[in-house]
Design a protein around this ligand. Structure first.
Ligand SMILES: Nc1ncnc2c1ncn2[C@@H]1O[C@H](COP(=O)(O)OP(=O)(O)OP(=O)(O)O)[C@@H](O)[C@H]1O
Ligand SMILES: [Mg+2]
Length: 477
């Protein structure tokens, strides 16, 4: 064994006797001892270990001697300036040619700096894993190489579905190609890009975020990847959308009330005139035609009544109303219709709901509207698919957080996603000419809003529809 060969070796090397004393050491091993060098040989090796790693070292040393086998393990060594080094050591027994005694060659590999990087990486990783902001790291080609759990939650995708993919899979196509080109141009030139984006979750819902993308630059100033951090704006966008919707509905309401008033008066005159002429004439042809005119007048009057109902003036009387009773009556009214005979009406009414001040007739009109729509939706599905599936309309009431909730569920034809935002708009109907005016839900919306409540719809095409109405409990009579 020629120890000279290891003298200039970058990592520390020792030759140890069976009792652990140092027989030889190379230059890079010297940093563990205070000068002068002459004092180092003859010292016990384990003195330069941290106390907690001594037993493990001594055990391995003894085993190596006894079994004549090599061993490899990690220890912590302390240099004379007290810095601790993480060292991977390798023990190898050999026979010393001079005195024929068995010695051990100890080679150490100092990996303190790697360990530091690893622990810093771990710190970053822990932060990335636990932050509420969705994070994504992509390589230079834009393929995702890391997403954090917040990203998984926000997007609805699991990390292994995303790694290796291009973020295009979230594309909602709401931003133009130009928009993304500007982003790529900015980040690939080493600059940070910030913008608002609308992506698509796995479920198809929109995900609005403010996105900051910064390029990852290596020591040669080359862009090697991109780091993206999102701030979720979905709630903010939703509120904005609701506000716009409410304002739109309000302005339509004002317009409709005006039109109803302007059309209502001349219509009343026409109606009176028709009746007079009908009474005065003996001509059967004229009588017959006037009958048709009257029918059309009735139809227009009904529409006008609906228009007025939307923004009903407050002279209607508020009465302490039992919502459950009101609902039961609405169901009875709807059940009279002949289309309902195969439909299973299921009610889950929470009897602990207190009475609240509402305009009972109007609220009942809303319930009847929604129930008739459900009956129609079921009939339409039956006609389309001719399936023997059992049809149901479920009505449930409950109370939670000072809010009364009324939920209507049906398994009818459903509403396609693109129509969901339109059902509360006036004259939106999918029913055949003469079957629906498209005012039912619009009027319902107006009534619920003027009762300080809220109405929402959820639906899956061909599966069914849910209408949810909320009334605040603290309504004052
Ligand atoms: N439960 C439901 N299932 C499926 N589609 C529905 C449901 N409720 C409403 N819709 C859709 O919303 C549209 C608007 O409903 P709305 O009650 O406002 O008008 P309408 O029923 O068509 O006519 P009107 O009620 O004025 O006679 C309907 O035409 C239908 O397309
Ligand atoms: Mg309707």
């Amino acid at each position: 064994m020629n120890f000279e060969a290891l003298k200039g070796f970058h990592d520390p090397c020792f030759v140890l006797a069976e009792n652990g004393t140092i027989l030889k050491l190379n230059d890079s091993a010297l940093k563990f001892f205070s000068p002068p060098k002459s004092k180092t040989e003859g010292q016990i090796f384990s003195k330069i270990l941290t106390p907690d790693t001594i037993p493990q070292f001594e055990k391995n040393l003894a085993l190596s001697f006894k079994n004549n086998t090599s061993a490899e393990f990690e220890i912590k060594m302390q240099s004379f300036d007290s810095t601790i080094h993480d060292v991977n050591i390798f023990l190898s027994p050999f026979i010393n040619e001079k005195d024929k005694k068995k010695n051990i060659l100890l080679l150490g590999k100092d990996f303190t700096s790697e360990k530091k990087i690893e622990s810093e990486y771990l710190k970053f990783y822990t932060v990335a894993q636990n932050t509420v902001n969705p994070l994504q790291i992509t390589d230079i080609d834009g393929k995702m190489i890391y997403v954090n759990p917040a990203f998984e939650r926000a997007s609805g995708y699991k990390s292994d579905e995303l790694i290796g993919q291009n973020p295009k899979i979230f594309g909602s196509k709401k931003q133009t190609g130009e928009y993304w080109e500007t982003m790529w141009r900015t980040i690939s030139s080493g600059k940070v890009w910030l913008g608002e984006v609308e992506n698509k979750k796995k479920s198809g819902e929109s995900l609005h975020t403010r996105l900051l993308v910064s390029p990852i630059i290596d020591e040669t100033q080359k862009v090697v990847g991109y780091f993206g951090i999102h701030h979720d704006l979905t709630d903010k966008k939703m509120l904005e959308k609701q506000l716009i919707h409410t304002q739109k509905m309000e302005s339509i309401g004002t317009l409709a009330a005006g039109v109803a008033h302007e059309v209502g008066n001349p219509l009343a005159s026409i109606s009176a005139l028709v009746q007079i002429v009908q009474r005065e004439t003996d001509d059967n042809f004229i009588k017959e035609k006037l009958e048709l005119v009257k029918k059309q007048i009735t139809r227009i009057s009904k529409i006008i009544r609906d228009l007025v109902d939307f923004s009903r003036p407050s002279d209607y009387e508020l009465k302490s109303t039992d919502i459950n009773d009101n609902l039961k009556e609405a169901i009875e009214i709807v059940k009279v219709g002949k289309k309902t005979k195969d439909i299973n009406f299921i009610s889950h009414l929470d009897e602990s709901i207190p009475s609240v001040p509402l305009i009972a007739d109007q609220i009942q009109q809303v319930f009847v509207n929604i129930l008739i729509n459900a009956v129609d939706a079921i009939a339409e599905k039956k006609e389309k698919y001719k399936s023997g599936e059992e049809s149901f309309i479920k009505v449930a009431t409950s109370i939670k957080d000072a809010t009364i909730m009324v939920v209507f569920d049906d398994n009818g034809i459903g509403i396609p996603e693109e129509s969901l935002s339109k059902v509360f708009e006036p004259f939106f109907t999918t029913k055949k000419e003469g079957k629906g005016t498209g005012l039912g839900l619009w009027v319902s919306y107006g009534i619920i809003k003027s009762s300080h409540g809220d109405i929402k719809v959820e639906s899956a095409d061909n599966k069914g529809t849910t209408f949810i109405i909320n009334f605040p409990l603290n309504l004052i009579l």
